[in-house]
Design a protein. Sequence first.
Length: 225
Amino acid sequence: MGPRALAITSEISQVGGPTLTHGNDAAVYLVHFGNVAALIDAGCGRATDRLLQNIEAAGVSPEQIRHLLLTHCHYDHSGAAADLRQRFGWPVAIHALEAAYLENGDNQVSAASWYGDHLAPCPVDIRIADGDRFSLGDRSIQAIHIPGHSPGSLAYLVESEGRRVVFAQDVHGPLHPALLSKRSDYQQSLRKLEALAADILCEGHYGVFFGRAAIAGFIERFVED
């Protein structure tokens, strides 16, 4: 299988995931506005070279990437962060509540042990708080705190081609004590995601949803009355 990227809009592509890079990778998304780009999540680190090839296939070089924005510290999303930061100097950003788990390579909270692997410790350059914005060309990416699946889970909101696009990687959960999940926070975060009224939802394991009705239908599957 040669390098490939799945276009979502003319400015957003999926460049990583089980069918694109490695079976243990969650989805990895690339946002490119003009001559600069940001990577949302990094995959587990078992197929980083393939990930880089897919980024190139999307028309972006590593030198154009300005931010590595992590949705949370779990291995399938963050395992490649240390390698990518070391190789390219990409600033790694994660919510402040999960920075220590990434920096210390916590194999339990990151779920790396579930995969029979370990999380490479990675320095954190930016500790994110709810509402923080990251400049990308003449536009920005907004971080939104959606705890529940993990304490520092984040969604990222951008506008592309006049549509609101939200990257919310583990809308589906799961919830588990080892992951420091909290059900009440999770339920509140689902409602918070619905209220964003996004036109496109880029999820971590269930694909991409187009249209507000489809997005609401997916989120409602996990809402408890």
